[in-house]
Design a protein around this ligand. Structure first.
Ligand code: PFF
Length: 454
């Protein structure tokens, strides 16, 4: 069966699709505001350490598991271990795909809706910040608006996955990712050429070490997982469409590099503009939907830049959502012999429905809470704080301790002999970090996220 499996048409196709998965709301919406809240440059430094010592080793391990087994996460663990426990770990990844996509699409839908708001010129009515906040509240409070855009975004995601690995995901990424890079460069140029931009740059580059605490280290590590799409088998699934000639360590490095570059460029574009327009950089999750529209209202050329910004955010979210749906689809196609088209239609619609209560958490279900959290908050918490760290932990333990590093290294060498010869120490470092550092650090994050350590 594996010889019928679709494969990426080119090496760049994989790199663009995998960096499309990695680059998403996490980079453009979340990274700037958590960096803003946690000391700017100091936080970025901690985050870079986390992605280098934990993100990269786990990313390589995930892609390698996929390429070796040519399977979705459930099939990958089943093949290499034959044990029900490890197969269930793969199953947890598929469940995480359901959960993350259900609420991710709600926020992505806001971004889609904001393209239209920007085109209508709505931002120009925001003479002060509170008006943008009120407008945001009124949009997300409108059931039709929020579900309509959640559904619209879902249809786009389903369409791409429906068209297959090469014809949909790879082709879509090859079109969308260059547009995304291009728009971001334009926005960075606009940002740094504004009067007062240097205050935003200073905010990003001058570390405020006093803001770094145990908590911010853990936020940085948790974010390293989310932003690299680790811990739920998305990179494993994309890796399963690679063949033995492909160079896993070098591709993983490129994906990580692009993901980090985009997060930092997004930070530059956003903070230069926010500071230059005299707005508050520490607005938290509302930075993008409540602060930026005011920035666009005041900025020269803001009409065009506002449209471009929300187009950028939507494209980034779309290439990530595609990878989430693909994990679920690949499971049903590989393990249960479903046809791709049928899996996309049925699960696309099911996950859309699971997202409806998340969308309603901002209006009719806003008062319905468990442990002080709405349905949306619970889905986010469950995925980002429990399923992803647990998945990352199990993946590193599995490769280093169960499957075994000796076997893993034999697989890793395929297509990467040049790296083994020229940078042998990198492979030694990979083994060390995967075996000791990653599981221990992830375990600490996990205890922190479920509140065992504070
Ligand atoms: N990496 C994506 C982001 O930064 O927005 C989110 C994500 C996508 C997480 C795919 C997990 C995943 F499997």
């Amino acid at each position: 069966m594996s010889n019928q499996r679709e494969h990426w048409g080119s090496r760049i196709g994989f790199i663009l699709a995998a960096s499309g998965s990695a680059i998403g709301l996490g980079n453009i919406w979340k990274f700037p505001y958590i960096a803003g809240e946690n000391g700017g440059a100091a936080f970025i430094f901690v985050y870079l350490v986390c992605i280098a010592v934990i993100g990269l080793p786990v990313l390589i391990a995930e892609i390698l598991l996929g390429r070796t087994t040519q399977r979705n996460p459930v099939g990958a663990f089943k093949r290499l271990s034959g044990s029900p426990f490890w197969t269930a770990v793969g199953g947890m990844g598929v469940v995480a795909g359901f959960v993350i996509l259900s609420f991710y699409s709600v926020v992505a839908g806001w971004s889609l809706g904001y393209i239209i708001e920007a085109m209508k010129g709505t931002f120009f009515t925001f003479s002060e910040a509170s008006l943008a906040g009120d407008h945001f509240e009124s949009l997300v409070g409108n059931v039709k608006w929020i579900i309509g855009y959640h559904g619209g975004f879902f249809l786009l995601t389903m369409l791409v996955v429906y068209l297959g690995v090469k014809g949909g995901i790879e082709r879509g990424s090859k079109i969308m990712m260059p547009i995304l890079f291009f728009i971001l460069i334009i926005l960075v140029i606009r940002g740094v050429t504004l009067d007062g931009a240097e205050k935003g740059l200073a905010f990003l580059w001058n570390p405020d070490w006093s803001k770094i605490s145990g908590q911010s280290v853990l936020i940085a590590l948790g974010h390293a997982f989310f932003t690299l799409s680790l811990g739920m088998g998305a990179m494993m699934t994309y890796g399963s469409y690679l063949s033995e000639e492909d160079n896993v360590p070098s591709s993983a490095f490129q994906v990580l590099f692009l993901d980090t570059l985009i997060a930092i460029l997004a930070g530059i574009a956003i903070f230069t503009a926010v500071f230059a327009m005299g707005q508050n950089p520490g607005a938290g999750p509302g930075l993008i939907f409540q602060t930026l529209p005011v920035v666009f209202a005041k900025m020269p050329g803001g009409f065009l830049f506002g449209i471009l910004f929300f187009l950028l955010l939507t494209l980034a979210a779309l290439t990530s959502a595609i990878s989430l749906l693909e994990v679920v689809v690949a499971y049903f196609v590989d393990e249960l012999n479903w046809k791709r088209h049928r899996a996309v239609m049925i699960f696309g619609f099911t996950i859309f429905l699971i997202g409806v209560p998340s969308a309603l958490s901002f209006n009719v279900m806003a008062e319905i809470k468990w442990f002080d959290k709405t349905f949306f908050d619970i889905a986010d918490f469950l995925a980002s704080n429990i399923l992803l760290p647990a998945g990352g932990f199990f993946i590193s333990v599995f490769v280093a301790w169960v499957w075994g590093l000796d076997k893993a290294v034999i697989e890793l060498r395929k297509g990467a002999a040049n790296i083994f010869e020229r940078y042998g120490w990198l492979i030694v470092a990979w083994k060390f970090f995967l075996k000791y550092i990653a599981p221990v650090m992830i375990f600490i994050v996990f205890l922190y996220s479920i509140g065992v350590i504070k």
